[in-house]
Design a protein around this ligand. Structure first.
Ligand code: EPZ
Length: 418
């Protein structure tokens, strides 16, 4: 298993470019199942989860050509509408093929994802929504079997809780359903809007993506399309936190600052200087002490849960007490114990982490537990005195493209050890 070796203490300076959004790439790749025409996608990040999704599409029957960031997919026919356990257990977002498979092929057999480090993460809302669209759902041997032999018919679906991939799954089911589908209490994440943009290019009729109510008029079939996905706001946010925690001066390019408004407001409140020198660019500068500022994760446009671990690492370097509340997932403080081993002072109480700063961190051997927790360990290592060895970096490789090369490019002393 690969490890990262980091020597801390270097302020990051310079420019780093954002890749395409992993959490946009996954649903748009699943959307290619909805047509027998070719779909060309650009700015697809070369990360493990995307490779897993591409492999899943091939198993289902797709022809997938990858040239760097450009991926061309054509699903001439669905050979096997299945997402097997051995793939789903490595990437729960495989449930994103449920909606498209039922819509296109009238049936799907998808392994239940099972829990993961950050929580139980059920997909009950995906399934209830599909039932409301007319699918019959059965569960057996750890698999979901969904069938709609007469096709799906539109319905009004009120999501009892905001779910990002649940919203995406149901949009992809609704675009080929007969009649109108309305999704109420829909997720408003930019990745949902990006998926809708692609689907409309393919001929779907969708209004309200990005708002809490999405209205879809079903169509007979969809065509191919070309689409470049949006920048990865979580990667950009991670780099903003890296520039801040190291007391550097870092410019992030090819990003969408408006997608990080909640984080930017928090960073400014801590005393970091965050500016937008030109379009699709954001710059963070810190040359003095940081103030501790509380945060509570919320669905978009609130503070992203995927940036909570990175922000918590930053708060170990801020003066005073900060309270970090995680409202989306039930177990998303796995990074706290590892940060404590580096010298951080963090007390966990239910869904809150109380962080006392500023505490000097010292390098240590630590273990990554999940994708974003791993990112917070890298941030801590960048500011810790001495050497940190981070084990199980395959967690990081799931969602960050060449993170060690990007960080080294702006001065970090970080290398990958096979
Ligand atoms: C998406 O996961 C992201 N993944 C996650 O990013 C992100 O943390 C999450 O949204 C929240 O923003 C992708 O987009 C591929 P949810 P998703 O359904 O869709 C509960 C990363 O680091 N829920 O919005 O699985 C669920 O348990 C990953 O890139 C149900 O109860 O998250 C959670 O508590 C991690 N029933 C809450 O809703 C359901 O049917 C939000 O989950 C679905 C969800």
């Amino acid at each position: 298993m690969d490890k990262f070796v980091v020597i801390g203490g270097v302020p990051l300076r310079g420019e780093v470019e954002t890749s395409g959004a992993k959490n946009s790439a996954l649903p748009v790749l699943a959307a290619t199942l909805l047509t027998d025409q070719p779909v060309t996608l650009d700015r697809i990040p070369r990360v493990r989860d995307v490779r897993t999704m591409q492999r899943l599409l091939v198993d289902i029957g797709a022809k997938v050509d990858v040239q760097g960031e450009r991926v061309r997919v054509q699903v001439g026919e669905i050979r096997s509408p299945e997402a097997p356990y051995e793939l789903v257990k490595t990437m729960r977002a495989s449930s994103l093929v449920l909606g498209p498979l039922v819509a296109r092929a009238g049936r799907a057999r998808v392994s239940l994802p099972g829990g993961c480090a950050i929580g139980a993460r059920p997909i009950n809302l995906h399934l209830t929504g599909l039932e409301q669209l007319g699918a019959q759902i059965r569960q057996a041997h750890g698999y979901i079997e969904a069938e709609a032999p007469q096709g799906l018919r539109g319905a009004t679906i009120r999501l009892e809780r905001i779910t990002v991939t649940g919203t995406e799954d149901l949009i992809m089911a609704g675009v080929l359903a007969r009649g109108e589908t309305v999704i109420v209490n829909a997720a408003r994440e930019p990745e949902v809007s990006d998926l809708a943009t692609l689907l409309v290019k393919m001929g779907a009729k969708i209004e309200g993506a990005g708002t809490s109510t999405i209205r879809i008029q079903g169509v007979e079939r969809l065509n191919g399309a070309d689409h470049t996905i949006i920048a990865d706001r979580i990667e950009a946010g991670t780099f903003l936190a890296a520039g801040a925690i190291t007391g550097g001066d870092l410019t992030i390019t090819r990003c969408a600052p408006e997608h990080n408004a909640a984080l930017i407001a928090k960073l400014q409140a801590t005393g970091a200087e965050v500016t937008q020198p030109e379009p699709n660019t954001v710059r963070v500068r810190v040359d003095g002490p940081l103030r501790s500022v509380d945060v509570s994760t919320q669905e978009y446009p609130g503070f992203a849960t995927d940036l909570q671990a990175q922000y918590l690492a930053l708060m170990t370097q801020a003066e005073g007490i900060s309270i970090i509340t995680e409202t989306i997932f039930e177990n998303r403080f796995m990074h706290a114990q590892e940060l404590a081993r580096m010298g951080a002072s963090i007390r966990l109480e239910g869904n809150q982490a109380i962080v006392a700063g500023k505490k000097e961190l010292t390098g240590a051997g630590v273990i990554a537990s999940d994708l974003r927790a791993s990112a917070s360990l890298v941030l801590a290592a960048l500011v810790a005195r001495g050497e940190t060895v981070i084990d199980r970096v395959y967690h990081i490789d799931r969602g960050y493209e060449k993170i060690e090369a990007k960080l080294a490019g702006v001065g970090a002393q970080i290398r990958r050890m096979e």
